[in-house]
Design a binder for this molecule. Structure first.
Ligand code: PEP
Ligand code: MG
Length: 575
């Protein structure tokens, strides 16, 4: 009889295919160690071989997937060749440790540093360290880590997939990927999304629940897997696969059309960017620029602060990706859920209420000035690239915004940069800033509403605590009314308003926001198609009605139901 297992959705799309269980060989094997000199030579040779292998994988990925994904393996080759790791291992070998054990210890030390940050992204990078460490150990021990390959398109099931396994399995044989462990921000998940392979992670118990060849239905959007579906269930999954493929085709036709309502009111649909690797996907999905470049994410792998020049190089690439469109780069929002290894912060009782975002930038002129220099250098040097907008996170009161803006203009003057066309704005994510929007708009060119934090602070509910997920109600009438107040305040001084929290990906929120006067929505790139299609089916009048109605509902469920009725009705009429 069929049954289902639910994991965490990591890459959208559905599949129905036989299970292929991928088991990872253990890199550790019995081996008689040589003298410390022989073990040191073996270590050096094995590291060189690992680097060669990783460079080969990078070349394959560069050909088959893309430049940015290939960068993951360039980075792995760099980890493998890191002199600090080799020195640490050599120290242990000199004291009589086997080369492979010494490698494992050195990598574990580095990995523990990443894990101790408690940050989800950093912890996901720990899986990369394991991947490289395993490779070097396997080479030392003469173990072949090449994974078996299925003979037909299959649902690949593994305890954990390493980035190199994900990259080396032939794409056409991966109907879907399912892992017992891992997170949606692991590189394996990132690679799956880039290659458009449905993926589910954290699916505990899946390996025990299937035999090789068992038919498995995967829904990458919900994380639900149906094991051994009956005829009726299999038919439903097949129909969903067909529906998804038709929907994808029809949304693909909209890629080059602008975000606007049926009667032509523009609402720019932009992408949220967290690293170089997100740029090609955003462009491919038709993003009209970026409404949020999370600069702290771009540099979170660094152990030392990036220089102004290093930062300018990345910002220049972000601007160049969107010729003619606006690129809103947020200054580093360090602290709370996003600590950075190169920023030492004193422990805080309540980090979410602590020195984060612009509060930290104003306390640390060394970091802030380097970032502003990098941004202004990129702005100065861009030729046919995007139009830069600089945005400050976590602003509460007018004096913080004025201080951050003043420093930006001082540095521009030092660099001789003409700021006539530079926009300087801020996020609205602290309730007090939302309430003071009319005053802040005197100084800010724009506001971008960060509903992730705004909702966290409005409801006093930690956004990282899954037990409080029910309170993350961005469609609650209180939030809609507050957004209305922000737009009204902004309009008094001609500032424009966008939304860059996750809620911007939700078609219901997009319609309400358009009705309230929000003119830019920045979201996960893959959500752009659905939001665009929704807005293009509704008139401004319908959006205004949706907004009015939402403000007068009593619960977020009621808001969603009523707005979805308006959306379905508009779609129905069209069809
Ligand atoms: C937000 O708070 O809504 C936002 C977009 O910022 P972040 O999620 O990076 O805190
Ligand atoms: Mg935020």
């Amino acid at each position: 009889m069929s049954h289902s297992i639910t994991g965490l959705p990591a890459a959208t799309g559905s599949a129905l295919a036989p299970a292929f269980i991928l088991r990872t060989e253990h890199a550790v094997a019995d081996r008689t160690p040589g003298t410390p000199e022989e073990e040191t030579t073996l270590l050096e040779q094995s590291i060189a071989t690992a680097i060669e292998q990783l460079q080969d994988i990078a070349a394959k990925v560069r050909d088959e997937v893309g430049e940015e994904e290939a960068g993951i393996f360039d980075a792995h080759a760099m980890f493998a060749g890191d002199p600090a790791l080799a020195d640490m291992a050599k120290g242990d070998i000199a004291n009589g440790t086997r080369a492979d054990i010494a490698v494992a210890t050195a990598f574990t030390t580095f990995k523990e540093m990443l894990m101790s940050t408690g940050d989800e992204y950093m912890m996901a990078r720990a899986a990369d360290m394991d991947d490289v460490s395993n490779r070097v150990q396997a080479i030392i021990n003469g173990v072949d880590l090449t994974v078996a390959v299925p003979s037909e398109p299959s649902v690949i099931i593994a305890e954990e997939l390493t980035p190199s396994q994900t990259a080396t399995l032939p794409k056409e044989l991966m109907a879907a990927l399912v892992t017992e462990k891992g997170s949606a921000t692991s590189h394996a998940a990132i690679l799956a999304r880039a290659a458009e392979i449905p993926a589910v992670v954290g699916a505990e118990g899946i390996i025990a629940a299937v035999e090789p060849g068992t038919l498995v239905g995967v829904n990458g959007a919900t994380g639900v897997m149906v094991i051994d579906p009956d005829e009726h269930e299999a038919e439903e999954i097949e129909l969903r696969i067909q529906r998804e493929s038709r929907r994808k085709e029809s949304l693909a036709e909209l890629v080059n059309t602008p975000g606007q309502t049926k009667d032509g009111q523009r609402v720019e649909l932009a992408a949220n960017i967290g690293g170089l690797e997100h740029l090609p996907l955003a462009v491919a999905q038709g993003a009209e620029g970026s409404g949020l470049v999370r600069s702290e994410l771009v540099f979170q792998d660094r152990t030392t602060a990036p220089t102004a020049e290093e930062q300018a190089e990345f910002y220049g690439k972000a601007l160049a990706a969107f010729p003619g469109n606006r690129v809103v780069i947020r200054t580093m929002d360090v602290g709370a859920d996003k600590p950075l290894p190169f920023v030492n912060q004193d422990p805080e009782e309540n980090p979410a209420l602590g020195v984060r975002g612009v509060r930290l930038s104003l306390e640390r002129p060394d970091l802030f000035d380097a970032q502003l220099r990098g941004l202004l250098m990129a702005y100065r040097d861009t030729t046919d690239g995007g139009r830069l907008a600089i945005m400050f996170p976590m602003v509460s009161v007018v004096s913080e915004f004025k201080a951050a803006k003043q420093r930006t203009l001082e540095i521009a003057q030092e660099l001789g940069v003409d700021t006539t066309n530079l926009e300087i704005g801020m996020m609205i994510e602290v309730p007090v800033a939302a309430l003071l929007a009319d005053q802040l708009a005197e100084y800010a060119d724009f506001f971008s509403i960060g509903t992730n934090d705004l909702v966290q602070y409005l409801f006093a509910a930690d956004r990282l605590d899954s037990r409080l997920a029910k309170l993350a109600q961005y469609l609650n009438p209180a939030v809609i009314r507050l957004i209305n107040q922000v737009v009204k305040g902004a309009n008094r001084h001609g500032a424009w308003v966008g939304i860059c929290g996750e809620s911007a990906s939700d078609p219901a929120m997009a319609v309400i926001a358009a009705g309230l006067g929000v003119r830019e929505l920045s979201m996960t790139p893959t959500a752009i198609g659905e939001v665009k299609d929704t807005l293009r089916n509704l008139t401004m009048n319908q959006c205004n009605n949706a907004a009015e109605l939402a403000m007068n509902c009593t619960t977020s469920q009621e808001v969603r139901e009523r707005v979805m009725e308006i959306i379905s009705e508009a779609r129905g009429r069209l069809g």
